[in-house]
Design a protein around this ligand. Structure first.
Ligand SMILES: Nc1ncnc2c1ncn2[C@@H]1O[C@H](COP(=O)(O)OP(=O)(O)OP(=O)(O)O)[C@@H](O)[C@H]1O
Ligand SMILES: [Mg+2]
Length: 498
């Protein structure tokens, strides 16, 4: 044996070790993993030659995909065997291509299908495959469909097809797309849109709002105008289209906080029972593009964009333009004019929105101001929120309360009744009667508190000493620079918890 220098020995050992690894890799059976073996065995050598075709879907489509797969699996002449897959912890995603190629982590195992239970209607749910392969036999031959739901390293839901020529695989995916749209579980429902931790859209079925027309105190002409624009189309779709009129419409409700923009919206949503109703508010407004795409599949539909000024303000704080606000306007523009699609926007800062809306006309056809309630409206609001309360008010009590609440909001009057009840409970825990004295005490307290908070927060408010006798609440001056913060605080102060 020839002598080698230590460096040469190491090199020789490294080279030998590398060739050992290469040999092991080359000669290892492709299907040494049971999942991979199942897939490759089912497809046969011919099937594994084809490209894997993948469709990426947003996570909220998971329940629709499962619904579609269930219907599709039951199709005539089709046999489908479902196998679950267990992954080693923290493994970074698995694709069907890996299974076909035998490139899989060693601890991948076959299991009973693992299901995620997802809502598929208000009060019902469907077990949805989390990670599974479906071995399919039908008129196209033998092929494999894999479903993998979003996980640690994968934002989207994936459906993959292996074992078919590309055009046939595409047809399978298109058929699943069609079934997802046809059987869509969100169609016709009221849905809250939110963003999950990864920034993806999630949808949840919401309860019917339960606000009747009698619960909405607005001038008759105002409410009628809102109703005509939002609800009036439903009964006349065909006639309108035949007359060349568009159905897509935008309605903006604007006015001070606590006057009933959200309340009116909830009333409308309750009326639009045949519509798919998607409600975006706060952070979820950024999802307007994806949500509008969904709405277009689920017509007739309403997309509610609550407090759109929050997005408009992003522009004033950030760079020269707000991508979110323009996304929003673009999304409104993108839908076809003949779609029965209502965009319902609310804001208490129409002035912030105006430049953007003016620059891109045609998005909002009707803007309706929801103003502070006038004296007759305040009278009605007292009655509305006092209807289940043992009120014993004289005409004079009511007149005085109506007068003193000049400049307040509907939500203020609602709170006034609640406080009057508390005043009465203070005197008599049995709540036998709420009198004018209780009402007056509650009003003293509220006007005082509201005025103090308003003054402190705005830093420019009116001193209570300057108020006219009777303490009519003056709307504060329009807030200036630190507006967003102030607005939030004022809103809280005026709302009293809504
Ligand atoms: N016009 C109204 N008729 C009857 N009740 C109302 C009316 N306006 C407000 N309310 C009551 O006050 C609550 C708060 O009002 P709402 O949330 O609709 O105000 P808003 O105009 O949307 O305010 P914001 O601009 O802060 O969003 C409602 O839930 C409702 O109980
Ligand atoms: Mg609101």
């Amino acid at each position: 044996m020839s002598e080698l220098a230590p460096g040469d020995q190491a090199r020789e050992f490294a080279a030998a070790f590398r060739s050992l690894l290469d040999w092991a890799h080359a000669t290892a059976p492709r299907e040494d993993n049971e999942v991979s073996a199942l897939v490759c065995g089912f497809l046969g050598p011919d099937g594994t030659r084809h490209s894997v075709v993948t469709r990426e879907l947003p996570p909220f489509e998971h329940v629709n995909l499962q619904t579609a797969v269930d219907a599709w699996s039951a199709g005539a002449g089709r046999a489908v065997a479902v196998h679950g897959i267990a992954m080693p912890p923290h493994y970074g995603g698995l694709t069907l291509q890996q299974l076909v190629a035998g490139e899989v982590p060693p601890r991948l195992r076959l299991t009973a299908p693992v299901l995620t239970d997802l809502p598929n209607g208000p009060g019902s749910s469907l077990g949805c495959l989390r990670l599974a392969v479906l071995l399919v036999t039908d008129a196209d031959g033998r092929y494999v469909v894999m479903i993998s739901s979003p996980a640690e390293h994968q934002q989207d839901l994936l459906v993959e097809v292996a074992g078919l020529p590309v055009d046939q695989a595409q047809r399978v995916l298109a058929e699943l797309d069609r079934l997802r749209a046809d059987l869509n579980v969100y169609r016709g429902h009221l849905l809250d849109v939110s963003l999950n931790l990864m920034g993806g859209v999630s949808l949840s079925f919401a309860d019917p709002p339960g606000v009747s027309r009698d619960d909405v105190v607005l001038p008759a002409t105002v409410l009628a105008r809102i109703e005509r624009h939002a609800l009036g189309v439903a009964g006349h779709r065909e006639v309108l289209l035949a007359a060349g009129q568009h159905l897509k419409r935008g309605l903006l409700l604007y006015g001070p906080p606590g006057t009933g923009k959200t309340h009116t919206t909830r009333y409308l949503l309750g009326q639009m029972t045949g519509y798919t109703r998607l409600v975006l508010t706060g952070r979820s407004l950024v999802a307007v593009g994806a949500v509008t795409d969904l709405a277009r599949v689920l017509l007739p539909a309403v997309v509610v964009l609550e407090d759109v000024d929050l997005v408009a303000e992003e522009r004033t704080l950030g760079a020269a333009s707000s991508p979110v606000l323009f996304d929003l306007l673009d999304a409104m523009d993108g839908a076809a004019p003949d779609a029965d699609l209502l965009f319902l926007l609310t804001t208490n800062r129409a002035d912030l929105l105006e430049p953007a809306l003016a620059a891109r006309p045609g998005r909002v056809d009707v803007a309706v101001e929801i103003a502070l309630p006038d004296a007759p409206a305040r009278r009605l609001l007292l009655m509305l929120y006092g209807r289940d309360v043992p009120l014993a008010l004289t005409g004079e009590d009511v007149d005085l309360a109506v007068e003193r609440t000049d400049g307040t909001t509907a939500s203020f009057l609602k709170e006034l009744i609640r406080r009057s009840v508390l005043e009465s409970l203070h005197d008599d825990p049995a709540l036998t009667v709420v009198t004018g004295a209780h009402l007056a005490r509650a009003l003293d307290d509220l006007l005082d508190a509201a005025q103090a908070v308003t003054r402190t927060l705005l830093g420019v408010g009116v001193d209570p000493a300057d108020l006219p006798v009777g303490g009519a609440l003056q709307p504060g001056p329009a807030p200036g620079a630190r507006m967003a913060y102030r607005r939030a605080m004022i809103r809280r102060a005026m709302h009293y918890g809504g």
